[in-house]
Design a protein around this ligand. Structure first.
Ligand SMILES: CC(=O)c1cc(-c2ccccn2)c2ncccn12
Length: 121
């Protein structure tokens, strides 16, 4: 009776939840908690082709859409880049995105992930 190999993603999900919580708490103004609406940001859905926000990141973690921390990091970076594409550099949204991106990049830096992965071996 062949056993179906089911990936045990529980460690990965616990890691992603931990990283998500740290980053989400950095967004004190709540700018990134939910999808940006065209009411808030005129023309947003025409300019930003792949919207992303913390509520979507969280949903994808629990839907097990992320196979690695790097997959999650790509969506996190997309969320910050969107804000730095739509909003002008002098806006609070652009500056909040830039700060958030710095925190996330440090938290999920390549060397950190590498040493973490080695610690699991
Ligand atoms: C993230 C982003 O680009 C954003 C969030 C918001 C936002 C999010 C929640 C409450 C108020 N504003 C926003 N408003 C206008 C233009 C852009 N934004």
């Amino acid at each position: 009776q062949p056993t179906i190999a089911v990936e045990d993603n529980s460690n990965l999900i616990a890691c992603l939840e931990y990283i998500y919580r740290i980053l989400s708490r950095k967004d004190k103004e709540g700018f990134f908690q939910f999808p940006v609406t065209d009411q808030l940001a005129p023309g947003y859905s025409q300019i930003i082709r792949r919207p992303m926000d913390f509520s979507t990141l969280k949903k994808k973690i629990h839907q097990e859409d992320y196979q690695t921390i790097m997959d999650f990091r790509l969506d996190f970076e997309l969320m910050c880049q969107n804000a730095m594409t739509y909003n002008r550099p002098e806006t609070i949204y652009f500056q909040a995105a830039k700060k958030l991106l710095t925190v996330g990049t440090k938290l999920m830096s390549k060397d950190k992930l590498l040493s973490f992965r080695r610690s699991l071996e």
